[in-house]
Write a protein that binds this ligand. Structure first.
Ligand code: ATR
Length: 281
């Protein structure tokens, strides 16, 4: 690392943040592209009540890029100078660029869905797909935008139907909404091409739990779990067992990160280097 007085600072904020792989992923990429004298990426644990001060501080000390993770993606929007229309539509910002003193908010989370999904498809496009999204929390808004902006047909299954209806109203009226319990029947996802889990079932204290039973998974499905810890969740292990294709949660992290790297540096991201960091940590 060749940090100097002219290095630009990028930072991830979250609460908690110590588990974040963004600093390792971005710093490895700076090194690979020999711009580690120009950029450095650090992390800070920031309480939600301090977001307003954080943004003043970003202006005062000229932080170049700010990555926002849970729980800051919505709160930060109030304090920025400009919000990109896609981030506005999703209703969340995960990337802030300081462009000559003007703070501009973007969202790259949705690209963490479309890029790995498009890579997995052979002759088909997202517009040819029927996608079942499980969950209607914060993360599912970016997934809903990802699928519907590419003209895919989306159905949201959630335990609390009202939350899914709100997303349909705000993101795209063509989104169909159903109860999570509708998936208890064998073959209930037969008509779908893709199943995406955006609930927190499978992580933390819910590790080992799958949002759907193996009876609903078939070999023609692509199963994408946005939970990235553990790398192989219960849902993905069931999908493998049923012969389905799988997309790991780390792939979403990777491609939201490569898009963000491009916003911060103006350079195409070294995808392989960033992927290695995610796989080795
Ligand atoms: P995030 O911002 O990470 O998406 P969230 O907003 O708390 O987190 O949303 C969590 C999602 O997981 C929601 O869809 C939630 O369902 P409800 O909307 O019904 O609360 C879902 N979820 C969490 N625990 C669940 C459980 N035990 N069974 C079914 N769904 C669950």
């Amino acid at each position: 690392m060749k940090i100097s007085a002219s290095s630009k600072i990028c930072m991830i904020i979250g609460d908690p943040v110590s588990h974040s792989l963004s600093p390792a992923m971005h710093n490895a990429a700076y090194e690979k592209q020999k711009i580690d004298d120009e950029f450095v990426f650090v992390a800070s644990n920031v309480k939600i009540e301090n977001i307003k001060h954080l943004v003043s501080g970003m202006r005062a000390i000229n932080i170049h890029g700010l990555t926002c993770t849970i729980p800051h993606k919505v709160e930060i929007m109030k304090y920025l100078d400009e919000i990109d229309p896609v981030a506005k539509k999703i209703g969340a910002v995960n990337t802030v660029l300081n462009k000559n003193g003007k703070l501009i908010g973007y969202n790259t989370d949705w690209l963490g869905i479309t890029i790995p999904l498009e890579k997995k498809l052979k002759s088909k496009k997202i517009k040819d797909l029927k996608v079942a999204l499980i969950g209607a929390g914060g993360a599912s808004r970016a997934v809903s935008y990802a699928i519907t902006s590419k003209k895919g047909k989306l159905t949201i299954f959630n335990r609390t139907i009202e939350k899914a209806l709100k997303i349909a109203k705000e993101i795209d009226n063509d989104i169909e909404v159903k109860k999570l319990s509708d998936l208890e029947k064998e073959g209930s996802l037969h008509e779908f091409d893709v199943i995406i889990n955006s609930t927190n079932l499978g992580m933390g204290s819910l590790e080992g739990i799958s949002p759907i039973s193996e009876n609903s998974i078939e070999s023609h499905h692509i199963v994408f779990d946005i939970v990235y810890k553990p790398k192989i969740t219960k849902l993905l292990s069931l999908a493998k067992k049923k012969g389905a294709s799988i997309i790991y949660g780390w792939e979403m992290l990777l491609y939201q990160g490569t898009a963000q790297y491009e916003i911060y540096t103006g350079k195409k991201a070294p995808e392989e280097t960033m992927k290695e960091v995610l796989l080795n940590n």
